[in-house]
Unconditional design. Sequence first.
Length: 368
Amino acid sequence: MKEKYNSCELQRIDSLYDKITTLIEQARKAVYLNVNSLEVKTRYEVGRYIFEDEQNGKRASYGKQILLNLSIRLITKYGKDWSYDTLKRCRLFYFSYNDTIRATVLPKSENTKEILQTNNIVHQPNFNLSWSHYLILMRIENHNERRFYEIESYNQNWSVRHLQRQVASSLYERLALSRDKNEVMRLANEGITIEKPSDILKNPLTLEFLGLRPDASYSESKLEEVIINKLQMFLLELGKGFLFESRQKRFTFDEDNFYVDLVFYNRMLQCYVLIDLKTDKLTHQDLGQMQMYVNYFDRYIKQDFEKPTIGILLCKTKNDSLVELTLPKDANIYAQQYALCLPDKKLLKEKLKEWIDEFNEMNNTIIS
């Protein structure tokens, strides 16, 4: 027979239930993280044993024959997870991360460290992602780029699928090319930091997930519609701290109605971010209209503790010269280009290298 409880007893039961469920969830998460970290560190050590053993081999075919024989024996004892391909990946994993042992910026997992020390395992990086994440990361040759994605995967709790998408969309290169040259190294050391309006920009904003063909004809209302239908992906592409507020936000001034396509709030910057979509050529009228939107929000919507509103015109092609000529230097308004397909990663890498080399050459000239 079901017991009857008064309101005070029900509150006590609910409180106790919440405490216990929170404790259980935390314990499960801790177990998962420790087991996951131990798996990754074990594979790192396997890679180290293989790498060091190969250095003692005298014939070119030595390494391959050893791995083939080793994989057969390991599969017999531990199952198909220890195939020849897995052992090769372990070796690549060690080779990729061996030079970053003391440079890692991620926090340590003390429990895993103790377990490994009992097995005489020393000098390890602090791995805090899954083996599936590292299968993607170890293939990134550039050390700074790899470290950036590792930091962001950990800080933003990226799934493996989202990490794959961000690497494919050249997030690192797009962010680097959108920043001051002095801040490029900061991306590798700290990941994405949001301190000023320009930090939320990417060059370009990649919207391949919308499913629109780059050569197709579509209206601004159609673009807005597909963005709303894929809002979660759009928020992920926008980056840290974005919260969606409304679409076609109406405000009235002098008996005229005006509509902002998309209104967001960025909690990192503590300000509104207004986005207007443009499928045609950007004009000075578009910039003037956005300036009016920003002024209205700053004067009538924003609270005293909030920072000035940011306006972004999202367009197929941007004209930086037009923006600079039309708006005052301190205007909080930006024209940002979007792309409907993944960018050419090789081209972006070359552009970034050329950009950094030019910056370094200029600095060396100033010093000399």
